[in-house]
Design a protein around this ligand. Sequence first.
Ligand SMILES: *[C@@H]1O[C@H](CO)[C@@H](O)[C@H](O)[C@H]1NC(C)=O
Length: 191
Amino acid sequence: MSYSFKIYSSLLVSLLPLVLFTSPSFARPSMKPTSPLIDEICSKCLDPSLCLKVLRSNHHSAHADLKGLGRISIHIARKYANQTSNLITSLSKGETTFVLKGRYDVCAELYGDAIDELNGAEEILNKEEVLSPFDISTFRIRASAASDGPVTCEDGFEKPPNEPTMLKQANKKLEGLCSIVLAIGASLNSG
Ligand SMILES: *[C@@H]1O[C@H](CO)[C@@H](O)[C@H](O)[C@H]1NC(C)=O
């Protein structure tokens, strides 16, 4: 009896970690890799939960420094801006209402500019040398200009006719993604 108890209890002990780490109540979705830097940056963003979600979805981000996180967030924002730019182009092509078509074309241009600004911000982070105060202020200006793109696009639809919900959501999301880049810019230090 004592023998079978021993086997049973050692089996239990060896299975315990498995149970702990696979049990659904312990496997919270928020247990993805993160870092104190990610938490700090995301707490300063427009949409902290979007920030945590997108930064955690990149497997380099948990070990990235501030510049690395900057590159990752620019990459994500640019990809999303590019996709949305394609959506806007197809909306414009399919639109017969003069007013809406004009607004889509303005948005397409704004999105193109936002992508250029993000590229410019990325170039600054790719510099070999230490960032100067001028680099940092240029980075902030570019991040802010990129963020203006989706905001100004959205402003174009203040009066009816409305844009499709899909574009409204995309503007909001890109603004949120650019706010990660802005938060990183705010944390950059020279020297
Ligand atoms: C989006 O990305 C594609 C492929 O990299 C590129 O050809 C296109 O010019 C980009 N669109 C904009 C608006 O930058």
